[in-house]
Design a protein around this ligand. Sequence first.
Ligand SMILES: [Zn+2]
Length: 264
Amino acid sequence: MIFGFLKKRRRRRLRARLIPAAWGLTLTRGLPVFRRLPPEDQAELLGHVQVFLAEKKFEGCGGLNLTDEIRLTIAAHACLLLLHRETDYYPELSTILVYPSTYVAHGERHLEGPIWESGEQHLLGHTQHRLGALVLAWDAAKRSAANSSGGRNLVLHEFAHQLDFEDHATDGTPVLTTRSDYATWERVMSREFKALRAADEAGSLTVMDTYGATNPAEFFAVATETFFERPDALRAVHPDLYTELKRFYCQDPARHFVESVTLD
Ligand SMILES: [Zn+2]
């Protein structure tokens, strides 16, 4: 496959480009998830960021002036989810649309059974299978990225949805390696999803945001946020869920978490 070969070569060259000095400062200041990574992972991530910025189109909407900080923050989150494994850099995604703040989308929302509600929705971010785009409200994205204790991360959430789409189904299961990986994933995720639903209905305290109880796709996106933002709590309370995400993301964020939080 000559195209595959050329694409790989182009990406290899992009990854080897010199990193602008200002990038490190922007990322270590504004992004605890980046600051917590070991230096070799930071270097790998910055290489991926070069590819991401060269291949994806960014558009400022609603009067937003795109800056390097905006592009870099979004790209670094996207690439955190790609470390240590073969990746095609979100092949379905071509454009990232960024609004200054909450934006209004017109569409239909499923309530239950045959009932749909149409009208305006105020959103902070969304993406959809076959849309080719991912939309974010910059103020909310920046706030959730800078706050390392909240457990939420809007940008990681939306990019986790993109990973979910890579097998052409929006079902909370991204592309896994072996059949036994799928079997274990299915078993653990459905059990944990049911437990979150039950906790949500009972109104009990949860490590994960209960928005994850909406459906399996949201469960995977919210679990991804928690895995990177509160890895110690997730590992302690939901060890099986942590193990599945650790295998999929080829990362063990809880290992670096405690010491870096005390240093923050
Ligand atoms: Zn979502």
